[in-house]
Design a protein around this ligand. Structure first.
Ligand code: SAH
Length: 465
C-alpha cells in the first residue's frame, strides 16, 4: 500500500484551491460537501466559481497565488491545468506547510482524493493508487446501487440514539441490536414512516432487546469450500461476519479467515506445521465451551462440512450440551477438482453414480465395493488418498480394473497454486510420488481432463480459476 487511507477532520478548517477553471470547479464541488472553509485563488475564475463566491460558499482571492496564501491550510489543490503554474503553486503551498495535491499528477501529489460514495455520515472511499481509475468508477457505481439511499439517515438517527443503547451490555448484545436496526428494522421503518418514524422504531427495538432472554450461544458448522474465497456461499460469508469465535481446520485458507470480524477470536484446530493435530475430543470440548459462554461459534471446515469432516461427532457434542446448531453447506473439493478438469462427476451412459471415498480407511472397504468400482466407466472421488494410492491401485487391479483407466490428481483445487496431474491406474503411485505434492489433493478415479483442456495447460488453469 503506497497510500494510507484516513478520514481527515476538516470542519472549520481551511482548504485552498489554486485555479479557477473546470478542474478547480470539479474539486470545489466535491469539497463543498464538507464543512471546511474553502478558499479559491485564481486570477481569472470562470463564472460558476465567482457565483459560488457571491453566494458566500467560498472565499475567492482573484489573483495568482502568492507566498502565505496557503498558510494554515490543511489541504491544498493545484488545479490550474498548467504544469508550470501548478509546479510553482505546489512549491509555495508546501512552504506554507499544507499537504498538497496536484490534480491529475500522482507522482507530484502528497495525497490523492479517492472516489467517494456519499451517504453522509457513512462515506465509502475507493482508491486504486492511480492504477485503475476505471475500476474505481465501476466499484463506485456498484456501491451506489447497493447502498440504500436512506443509509446516511439511518446512521445519523442511529448516532443520536447511541446513548440510549448503553443500557444493553457492551459486545454481542449491542452488536445484535445495531445489526437488526441497520439490516431490517431501520430500512423497513424508513420505507413505511420516513425519517420521522425512525426514533420510535429504535425505541421499540430497544425495548425488545432489553427484555429478550439472555442470548444463548449457538454453533454454525460452515463449509469454507476448497480454498478460493469466491467459492464461499453468501451464507458462509454472513456467518463468518457475525461469529464471535471461529474454530477452523488446517485446510481453511488465510484469505477466507480474513473475512471474519476483526474482533472475533480465531482458533486453529488443525495441525500446526508438523506438530500434532488437536484431538477430536478437544475440538468438541472447545466448541461447546465457547457456545456455553454465549458465543456464536462458527466451526469452519474445508469443503463441505458433511463430507469427511467428522461432523457428526461435533454435532453430538453440541446437542448433548443443549446448544442449538445449524449447517451451512460448502463446495466439496471433489466438485472443485472435477470442474478444474472440465468434466462431470456423473454422465449419461457412463456412470449414473459416483462414490466419495476416503483413502484413510480404504482397508476397510468391502470387497464387493472394489469389484463394483473396478467395472468400466466408474468414477470415484478419493479424499485423503495420496498415501493410500498404492493400496487402491492393488485392490482395483485385483478386481479386474483396466490398468489404463484414467486417473487425475488435483492438488490445491481452486487455489492459485492448483496443479493437475494426469495419470493412469497402472502408474498412479509412481506418478504421485514423482510429482512431489504437498498440498491437499483429490484423486479422481475414472476421469481424465477433457481433451481440449489437457492440450492446453494454460486453459486448464484459466477455467479452473
Ligand atoms: N470436507 C472436505 C474434505 C475434508 S478431508 C471437503 O468437502 O472437501 C481432507 C481432504 O479433502 C484432503 O486430504 C484432500 O483430499 C481433500 N481436499 C480438501 N481441500 C482440497 C483442495 N483444495 N484440493 C484438493 N483436495 C482437497
Amino acid at each position: 500500500m503506497k497510500h494510507f487511507p484516513v478520514f481527515l477532520a476538516v470542519e472549520g478548517r481551511r482548504i485552498v484551491v489554486s485555479g479557477g477553471g473546470e478542474a478547480a470547479l470539479a474539486k470545489v464541488r466535491l469539497l463543498l460537501k464538507t464543512e471546511a472553509r474553502i478558499t479559491v485563488v485564481a486570477a481569472a475564475p470562470i463564472a460558476e466559481v465567482s457565483a459560488l463566491a457571491a453566494q458566500g460558499r467560498l472565499t475567492l482571492i482573484a489573483r495568482a497565488l502568492e507566498p502565505g496564501d496557503a498558510m494554515c491550510a490543511t489541504l491544498f489543490y493545484a488545479a490550474n491545468d498548467d504544469d508550470a503554474e501548478d509546479a510553482r503553486v505546489t512549491a509555495l503551498a508546501q512552504a506554507d506547510g499544507a499537504l498538497t495535491n496536484w490534480v491529475d499528477n500522482l507522482g507530484q501529489s502528497q495525497f490523492i482524493t479517492p472516489a467517494i460514495v456519499d451517504r453522509d455520515p457513512v462515506t465509502v472511499a475507493i482508491g486504486t493508487e492511480g492504477a485503475a481509475p476505471v475500476l474505481a468508477r465501476s466499484i463506485k457505481a456498484d456501491l451506489e446501487a447497493r447502498l440504500p439511499r436512506a443509509l446516511g439517515t439511518l446512521a445519523r438517527v442511529g448516532k443520536s440514539f447511541r446513548g440510549a443503547v448503553e443500557v444493553l451490555p457492551m459486545g454481542r448484545k449491542r452488536r445484535a441490536f445495531w445489526s437488526e436496526y441497520y439490516d431490517r428494522v431501520g430500512p423497513e421503518t424508513f420505507d413505511r414512516a420516513g425519517e420521522a418514524g425512525l426514533h420510535k422504531g429504535l425505541e421499540d427495538l430497544l425495548a425488545q432487546h432489553i427484555y429478550r432472554d439472555a442470548e444463548a450461544g449457538r454453533v454454525t458448522f460452515v463449509g469454507a469450500g476448497p480454498g478460493d474465497p469466491e467459492l464461499l456461499t453468501i451464507k458462509a460469508r454472513r456467518a463468518l461476519h457475525e461469529a464471535d469465535v471461529v474454530i477452523h481446520d488446517r485446510l481453511v485458507t488465510p484469505e477466507i479467515l480474513e473475512l471474519a470480524r476483526r474482533e472475533a477470536l480465531i482458533i486453529n484446530a488443525g495441525k500446526e506445521g508438523f506438530g500434532p493435530s488437536m484431538k477430536q475430543s478437544d475440538i468438541d470440548a472447545l466448541i461447546v465451551e465457547h457456545a456455553l459462554r454465549g458465543a456464536h461459534v462458527v466451526r469452519l471446515k474445508s469443503g463441505d462440512p458433511t463430507v469427511f469432516g467428522r461432523l457428526d461427532e461435533e454435532i453430538d457434542a453440541v446437542t448433548q450440551a443443549g446448544v442449538n446448531f445449524s449447517i451451512v453447506p460448502g463446495i466439496t473439493s471433489a466438485s472443485a477438482a472435477v470442474a478444474s478438469i472440465g468434466q462431470s462427476l456423473t454422465k449419461r451412459d457412463r456412470n449414473a453414480s459416483v462414490r466419495f471415498v476416503t483413502g484413510h480407511d480404504m482397508k476397510g472397504y468391502a470387497e464387493h465395493d472394489w469389484r463394483a468400482l473396478a467395472a468400466p466407466g466408474q468414477v470415484a472421488a478419493i479424499y485423503m488418498g495420496r498415501k493410500a494410492s498404492r493400496f487402491v491401485q492393488g485392490r482395483l487391479m485385483m478386481h479386474g480394473a483396466a490398468p489404463d483407466t484414467p486417473v487425475t490428481v488435483v492438488e490445491n483445487a481452486s487455489r492459485a497454486d492448483q496443479r493437475v496431474l494426469e495419470s493412469r491406474l497402472s502408474t498412479l503411485p509412481d506418478d504421485i510420488s514423482s510429482a512431489d505434492m504437498n498440498g491437499p489433493a483429490l484423486i479422481l478415479f475414472g476421469l481424465a481432463p477433457r481433451a481440449a483442456l489437457a492440450a492446453s495447460p494454460e486453459l486448464t488453469k484459466e477455467i479452473a480459476l
